[in-house]
Design a protein around this ligand. Structure first.
Ligand code: PLP
Length: 421
């Protein structure tokens, strides 16, 4: 059959070479149509925290599909979406919240950005329209998300149509400023009158290459935003639900963000569903009395019943199987197993954040990245390097033995293919 897919993030040259046709998933493995199995070492774009085919999520989806497949949330409701909104509110430091539901991560981000703009409009401060993020931050590929985030390597063709009035520089620590926050403080204080919101990926810029910054920065950012009447949106789409060793990455900083975006692992990757969890102080300004401040924004599949059933099942499993606590323990082991790679001649740096383990190779290794990736693939590992960086971001249910084997395979392959000791 002719391939008629406009593949995302896939160069034509890769399509010509061909790639596996995945027909089944089980645990941490994906199986192709020839019966080969591959370790899903990046959790299917960071979503499948519980691996594939978890019987309880599958059962919840099947059950819901036989009862109510779809019903909208505009002027209607259904039990699943009500329960999920309540569960999400109670996962926040303060539960006085309402959720805007959407489908993908970027549609939750779009909702958050528009809530921020309309919030200031509702308060008669329509001049506060700037939405800024961190340099090289990533919040999805929709145009609104590109206006607040922008990864040069991906988004160059769109440079002319998205404006970035300002950006927070990536934090660089110094003796005087250990969290590297002061340059960001300057940006926020200088533009506070125009700023509607700041949006950041908490603790780790994933798509920019797993660039990690401190919880201290996040705490100072939250305080600075509050002091300057600027909303803080924390984009937990990639980091949420245990990846960093706490339920949410922002929990490391002890903050209570104005809005939190979740997606991906919300349903453990089983259904497309996302949400923006909004504080009631913001939500309450959308009342239609005495003036109409209704939020005229929605997606057809917002709060989709089968998506909600998958999310509720995933949340139950995270709790019942102590997924977050287990992730924190596994993270320590992964760090220990990866540590010997720090001594390799071709390795520039190792970085760790919870169940994310990063091996950044020196820039001169660039010509060998494709060969390392291909060799790992032939051994049954689906790594997706970013630049000269290989990372492990496996399903949180990976076993000790499976994780150790993946670390060893990466180490040995870098050693053998790059002839690097
Ligand atoms: N926000 C962050 C931090 C992400 O990493 C991503 C995707 O990788 C998104 C938003 C966009 O999510 P989606 O691809 O589901 O639109």
């Amino acid at each position: 059959m002719k391939n008629r897919i406009f593949h995302p993030y896939t160069p034509f040259s890769a399509i010509e070479k061909g790639f596996p046709n995945m027909v089944r998933g089980e645990g941490i493995y994906l199986f192709d149509d020839a019966g080969n199995k591959y370790v899903d070492i990046v959790s299917s774009w960071w979503a499948c925290a519980l691996g594939h085919g978890h019987p309880k999520v599958v059962e919840a989806i099947q059950k819901q599909a036989g009862v109510l497949q779809h019903s909208i949330t505009g002027s209607l409701t259904h039990p699943g979406v009500m329960e999920l909104a309540d569960r999400l509110a109670h996962l926040m430091p303060t539960p006085e919240r309402h959720s805007v539901f959407a489908s993908d991560g970027c549609s939750a981000v779009e909702a958050a950005l528009k809530v921020a703009i309309q919030y200031w409009y509702n308060l008669d401060r329509p001049e506060k329209t700037w939405l800024i993020g961190m340099d090289q931050g990533y919040h999805g590929d929709s145009l609104g998300a590109l206006g607040a985030g922008f990864v040069d390597g991906f988004h160059k063709p769109f440079e002319r149509i998205v404006s970035h009035p300002a950006k927070l520089p990536f934090p660089v620590s110094s003796d005087d400023d250990p969290d590297g926050f002061e340059p960001s403080r300057k940006v926020i204080e200088e533009h506070a009158d125009q700023l509607a919101a700041v949006i950041v990926e908490p603790l780790c810029l994933g798509s920019a290459g797993m660039k990690i910054y401190s919880a201290g920065y996040l705490k100072q950012l939250a305080d600075c935003c509050a002091a300057n009447d600027v909303l803080l949106i924390i984009d937990e789409v990639a980091m949420g639900f245990g990846r960093t060793g706490k339920l949410f990455a922002f929990n490391h900083a002890g903050i209570d963000p104005d809005m939190v975006c979740v997606g991906k692992a919300l349903t453990a990757g089983y259904m497309p569903l996302s949400a923006c969890i909004v504080k009631d102080e913001i939500y309450n300004t959308f009342s239609d009395t005495p003036e109409d401040h209704t939020f005229y924004h929605g997606n057809t599949f917002a709060g989709h019943p089968i998506g909600c059933a998958a999310a509720l099942a995933a949340l139950d499993i995270y709790e019942a199987e102590d997924t977050v606590e287990r992730a924190a323990e596994m993270a320590e082991k992964m760090k220990q197993w990866m540590q010997p790679m720090a001594g390799m001649e071709c390795v520039a740096e190792l970085r760790f954040l919870g169940m994310i383990g990063v091996v950044e190779l020196k820039p001169e290794m660039k010509p060998l990245i494709a060969a390392i990736k291909q060799s790992l693939f032939e051994q049954g590992y689906l790594f997706r390097p970013l630049g000269t960086m290989f990372y492990l971001m496996p399903p949180l249910v990976i076993s000790d033995d499976e994780l150790k084997a993946a670390v060893d395979a990466l180490h040995a392959t870098i050693h053998d293919v790059a002839l690097c000791k």
